[in-house]
Design a protein. Structure first.
Length: 304
């Protein structure tokens, strides 16, 4: 009993000592001496928080329902909470889309969340990856930097305070907390809920650093292919051919002969600027030619 009382008294004395120390002039002097370093660290911390928001500009599309309920009773800082609600996208779909999305996540991500396979989105995602990577590295560097600042003043602080109150010490010195959670990574969800609500499936794609690297690779490969000759040929579908013929009223755009006048006229679709010269398979670069004109054009290009 006496022993317990002794421990209790010692503990209370220690708590009082800690409390008094953090209010002492000695501590205030130390605090002042590193004020500039502290401010610097806090600035870096804010910069890291900003980097985490890189994704918000990229995804301005409005996609379905995204419900997040805040049921916590405490009113603490909600940086991550804000990031989280901005970076969640939900698409309600059939069970089979859900299944396919888990087999080919990037393909379905582009298709159902309207991410265009273009150089613009490629460079946006590259920028996001860059900022996210910097944010993740920044967190680690910031922690090391703070530790080394605290270490440098170690000799001026009583050992017992330094040893058992490191986190409190950092807070008292004015360092803001570093948010180490990774909740800011965008999450795309495909979800299927049956009509009765009895069965449901869910496929979640989180664009963390690892997935972003892969996604940038994926987009890059697709963009390159689309720009390549093979890719441009692949765009030349039967439907597009037919569409061009309708647009040109089944009439050769060179000699004016029309399928309306000549029943068995063979019409071809020609790239005005050839693929070999950097032309693209776009409607403005396509025209309907009769096979004779197309052949003449082909030989002219070869000759020139
Ligand atoms: Zn013709």
């Amino acid at each position: 009993m006496e022993f317990i009382l002794f421990i209790l008294t010692a503990y209370i004395a220690y708590r009082i000592y800690v409390m008094v120390y953090f209010r002492s002039d000695q501590f205030t002097t130390i605090q002042r001496s590193i004020e500039a370093y502290t401010a610097n660290c806090n600035d870096l911390n804010h910069h890291i928080q900003e980097l985490k928001n890189a994704y918000v500009d990229v995804s301005s599309y409005d996609y379905g329902i995204s419900v997040l309920t805040d049921s916590s009773n405490y009113n603490f800082k909600r940086t991550e909470w804000n990031n989280n609600s901005k970076n969640r996208y939900v698409h309600n779909c059939s069970a089979s889309v859900c299944k396919n999305a888990s087999d080919q996540p990037f393909k379905y991500l582009c298709k159902y969340f309207d991410i265009k396979v273009t150089e613009e989105s490629l460079s946006s995602f590259e920028a996001v990856l860059n900022d996210f990577e910097a944010a993740e590295q920044g967190k680690i560097l910031l922690r090391e930097k703070r530790d080394s600042i605290v270490e440098s003043i170690r000799s001026s602080i009583p050992a017992i305070i330094y040893k058992f109150n490191k986190e409190k010490l950092k807070r008292k010195l004015g360092f803001e907390e570093i948010d180490f959670s990774t909740l800011y990574f965008p999450v795309y969800t495909f979800q299927y809920v049956s009509a009765g609500g009895n069965s449901s499936t869910k496929c979640e794609i989180t664009l963390d650093i690892n997935n972003l690297n892969k996604f940038v690779d994926y987009l890059n490969t697709l963009v390159k292919f689309r720009k390549s000759i093979a890719g441009q040929r692949a765009l030349m579908t039967s439907a597009l051919r037919e569409k061009m013929k309708v647009r040109d009223h089944y009439t050769c755009q060179s000699c004016g002969i029309s399928a309306y006048n000549e029943k068995h006229l063979l019409l071809e679709i020609d790239h005005i600027i050839p693929l070999s010269k950097g032309g693209e398979t776009t409607e403005s670069n396509l025209q309907t030619l009769c096979w004779k004109c197309n052949r003449t054009k082909g030989s002219k290009i070869i000759a020139s």
